[in-house]
Design a protein around this ligand. Structure first.
Ligand SMILES: [Zn+2]
Length: 416
């Protein structure tokens, strides 16, 4: 039974029991995918994989990794279960902006509720938000629902939507007008709106919690949120394809992997390396999606997994840090890449955007009030060292960071 109470109870389970639950769900999924999904049936037959041999997550390594490109090369019916009427499914599509490949995921309604709604509800409730709190969603309007749900008319899970496709000053005013208890948004939007709120001095806002996802969260944004809203940020990592993958608990250090809904592997040089403190590609197997199973799906993200135990007591495994989307990495002349997390270490007290156009690198820098211009040569040196002595690199001091069509930002824009 996978209702909310059992989901919540899972947070208290010991790691060994969680692992057993995960393996049981994996076996069921593999059997189902082999019987009913043409793509996996053909793949298993071609590779000589007997689905009965996949008993635990550690057996997954014999299954080839599937990437977004594979979905482009086959008919969608190859990936969807033969037992499901696709016309009755919930369709979730990634926009394909920022250079990504558009992707459409099909789910039955019950799966959509389990994979998205209930797991997000668990994240929300464990972050100190109750079902009676007023929440404000600051996001591109494409994500806004058309109508209210029945429970929202009763004052439960009230959501107010503010478009992120407008100047931050206007978004900030609307936020003050609505005066929510919590904010759901992207780190970049929180950053810009928090800067506006800070300028207003007494906004009257009493925000309890801010939940973010969708982008890299940096320390500067976290600090700004504390100053502007007096609130802590809890970050969630997930993708449209896999649902929520991992979340920050109240310790706000590492990310707990949703072991009851997903198997996340860290792949380095083609090998799964659990908790090795080395950065690798994040490959996921979604345990709750039978309509369009994703087995060893390459998310395109990278991260460092950890074997630490969180002091919050929850024994869900941990991701130490998320290094970002590969397409947002900086490509060096020698062909190697640098993760955007590099900037979090180097740039303090300033907002920034790193732009790569061909072999030219520009760092747009918007100094914060504690930023000393005297540190600029040292910063330039550090950056130059990372990029290489021959890299054509310049720092441009700006009074606003250029952005695309919405407030959603990419800290690194790679236009190569
Ligand atoms: Zn924790």
């Amino acid at each position: 039974m996978f209702n909310y109470i059992s989901l919540y109870k899972n947070l208290k389970l010991r790691a060994s029991l969680l692992k057993k639950m995960q393996d049981r769900r994996l076996r069921q999924l593999i059997q189902y995918a082999y019987r009913h999904v043409p793509y996996y049936r053909k793949m298993f037959n071609k590779e000589g994989i007997n689905p009965e041999d996949i008993k635990t997550a550690s057996d997954l390594s014999c299954i080839p990794i599937t990437g977004k490109n594979d979905f482009q090369n086959f008919d969608k019916n190859e990936f969807v279960s033969e037992m499901v009427d696709i016309d009755k499914c919930v369709k979730m599509t990634t926009s394909g902006d920022s250079g990504g490949i558009p992707f459409t995921l099909y789910l039955q309604r019950s799966e959509h509720i389990r994979l998205w709604k209930l797991i997000l509800l668990r994240f929300m409730l464990t972050s100190g938000i109750s079902i009676f709190h007023k929440c404000c969603v600051l996001a591109p309007p494409l994500r806004f629902p058309d109508s209210k749900k029945w429970f929202q008319y009763l004052g439960l899970l009230r959501h107010y939507y503010i478009s992120a496709d407008q100047p931050p000053r206007i978004a900030a005013r609307k936020l003050i007008e609505y005066s929510p208890d919590a904010i759901f948004s992207y780190p970049g939007v929180v950053n810009l709106v928090a800067s506006e709120i800070k300028k207003m001095k007494h906004s009257g806002l009493r925000i309890k919690t801010i939940l973010t996802s969708g982008e890299m969260l940096d320390e500067q944004t976290r600090e700004l949120a504390r100053e502007a809203f007096g609130a802590e940020i809890y970050d969630l990592y997930g993708t449209v394809e896999t649902g929520p993958i991992a979340w920050q608990c109240h310790k706000r250090k590492e990310y707990h992997i949703n072991i009851d809904s997903v198997i996340a592997e860290c792949i380095k040089s083609g090998i799964s390396e659990p908790g090795t403190d080395r950065c690798g590609r994040i490959v996921c197997t979604s345990l709750l999606n039978y309509t369009m199973p994703l087995i060893r799906y390459d998310t395109g993200d990278t991260g460092v997994f950890s074997q630490n135990k969180c002091s919050c007591g929850c024994e869900f495994p941990l991701i130490k840090s998320l290094e970002g989307r590969l397409r947002n990495f900086i490509k060096l002349p020698d062909g190697s890449v640098l993760p955007p997390a590099m900037f979090i270490e180097i740039i303090k007290d300033a907002q920034y955007k790193f732009i790569q156009v061909g072999d030219k690198y520009i760092l747009e820098l918007l100094p914060g009030k504690n930023f000393s211009m005297r540190t600029l040569p040292a910063l330039k040196n550090k950056m130059q060292n990372r990029l290489g002595p021959d890299a054509d690199f310049h720092i441009k001091i700006v009074d606003r960071i250029t952005k695309g069509s919405s407030l959603k930002r990419n800290l690194v824009v790679n236009d190569t």
